[in-house]
Design a protein around this ligand. Structure first.
Ligand code: SF4
Ligand code: MG
Length: 326
């Protein structure tokens, strides 16, 4: 349960005053136990930093984070380390959790030896079990990461992530580097593990197509802010925010009648965001009010919320009439 979470980075350049970047800006969303929440947006939108903030891997500059009913925002030292054991991260690059110079047994056993103080023998038995849980042969344990395909390496990174029986896993672009059929296999594996161990996922991807089938609910980030949330069904069938609609239109779909919306220009400088709606510089529906006031989060028919003035003070545009404007 993230409420009003912000993360501020200070960037210092030689001979210039330090610049403050709000990488994550007043972000609020909840993930229910056993649920998968897909978080999407372009690179630089603050998705990974949000994931890292939830795991308390980067300091927050405001807001509260509650995990399983416990406020983890202020935890320090030993209690933070204990809380972190139930929260894990799977990265796009499996080498961030698999040491290339160690056998996979060595990498997967490490958290068991360090945190569970298991004997070498017990850890090895658990490693074999974990490797089988992710659909590989236990005999692979003595090989090195480079001997595996990208999909197999990602399975092994998942085996390490579940070694300590976590409750919450942040998957940060965990399948983004894989080809589509391998993506589907790894997503199926994550789904099976979620159901079996009642895991909860934050599933981060820059591509809406990737999160579509795994997410119960989806959040869309732009320039450090969440601009839309909602049940995956509703977000995909009736996206309410112009940015979400642009992201969706980039997914090839022969049945879609509307044309592809090409986003012009780059993300604005995050150190110097525009006053009002962060999307105004690229939005084809921009109105005067968008340059004056930040849109509030308002409820959307079919579930979730959107932060866009079209929803409140714009001409009465429904999802359907938005499509006609294309
Ligand atoms: Fe576009 Fe205005 Fe909505 Fe922002 S608030 S997305 S600029 S219409
Ligand atoms: Mg990222």
């Amino acid at each position: 349960d993230a409420r009003g979470v912000s993360v501020v980075f200070r960037k210092r350049r030689t001979l210039a005053p330090a610049r403050q970047v709000r990488a994550v800006n007043d972000v609020t969303f909840q993930i229910a136990e056993g649920e998968t929440f897909g978080l999407v947006g372009e690179s630089g939108s603050g998705k990974s930093t949000t994931g890292r903030a939830l795991l308390r891997l980067v300091p927050t500059a405001g807001g509260t984070i509650t995990v399983a009913g416990r406020d983890v925002t202020a935890l320090r030292g030993g209690s933070l380390r204990r809380a972190r054991r139930s929260m894990q991260m799977v990265f796009q690059d499996p080498y961030s959790s698999l040491d290339p110079s160690s056998t996979v047994a060595g990498s997967i056993a490490e958290p068991l030896l360090v945190h569970e103080k298991m004997s070498a023998k017990a850890a090895r038995a658990r490693v074999d079990e974990l490797i089988e849980m992710v659909g590989l042969r236990a005999s692979y344990a003595d090989r090195y990461p480079h001997e595996f395909s990208g999909g197999q390496r990602q399975r092994l990174a998942i085996a390490r992530a579940i070694a300590l029986n976590p409750r919450f896993i942040v998957c940060d672009e965990a399948v983004s580097a894989l080809d589509v059929s391998t993506q589907n296999q790894v997503i199926n594996l994550l789904e099976r593990l979620r159901a079996e161990f009642r895991l909860t996922y934050l599933f981060i991807a820059h591509d809406l197509a990737v999160v579509r089938h795994i997410s119960h609910r989806v959040g869309v980030m732009y320039l450090g802010r969440i601009v839309e949330t909602g049940p995956a069904e509703r977000v995909y069938s009736a996206p309410a925010h112009p940015y979400t609609r642009a992201l969706l239109s980039a997914i090839p779909d022969p049945r879609r009648k509307t044309e592809r919306i090409v986003l012009e220009g780059d993300l604005p400088d995050p150190a110097n965001p525009p006053v009002g709606c962060p999307f105004q510089t690229r939005c084809r529906f921009v109105m005067e009010v968008c340059r004056q006031r930040m849109p509030e989060h308002t409820a959307v028919d079919g579930g979730g919320e959107v932060a866009c003035h079209l929803q409140t003070s714009g001409p009465a545009l429904s999802g359907a009439s938005l499509n006609e404007l294309d």
